[in-house]
Design a protein around this ligand. Structure first.
Ligand code: ZN
Length: 132
């Protein structure tokens, strides 16, 4: 009887652990790209030359128009990435996705710099970086 109870506890524990692992796995697979974008943003924020496209930054901000679009430069892909913002929801034209690292970066830009001025105000990188 004691052995049966121990067995039942063991099975229950394993079941809970498996459920937790699945939950963690889902969380990671859906957020890993966005997290990469967040990391790239923090990297860019802390970099000395924010305008350098040949720097070690994976992603560089090129242009930002509040609530309209964000243009990034991906140094790995060596191309400009156009992020369209529709009703506050960013969409990457390059990846044709709304959860890639570029979108993660754009969300950070929006959260950090957006809504300071009127909607649709075009801000150059100089405005954004030096005119806080
Ligand atoms: Zn993308």
């Amino acid at each position: 009887m004691i052995a049966m109870t121990a067995m039942a506890i063991k099975v229950a524990t394993i079941t809970i652990m498996m459920m937790m692992m699945i939950t963690i796995n889902i969380k990671f697979t859906t957020n890993v790209s966005l997290d990469e974008g967040t990391f790239a943003f923090m990297h860019w924020m802390n970099s000395e030359d924010k305008k350098s496209l040949t720097s070690q930054n994976p992603i560089v901000l090129v242009k930002f128009v509040n609530d309209k679009h964000t243009i990034l430069y991906d140094t790995d892909l060596q191309s400009e990435i156009y992020i369209e913002i529709d009703n506050g929801v960013p969409y990457c034209k390059h990846c044709k996705a709304d959860d890639c690292s570029h979108v993660g970066f754009a969300i950070c830009v929006e959260q950090f710099y957006g809504h300071r001025r009127g909607s649709g105000t075009e801000e150059t990188v100089e405005d954004i970086i030096f005119d806080n």
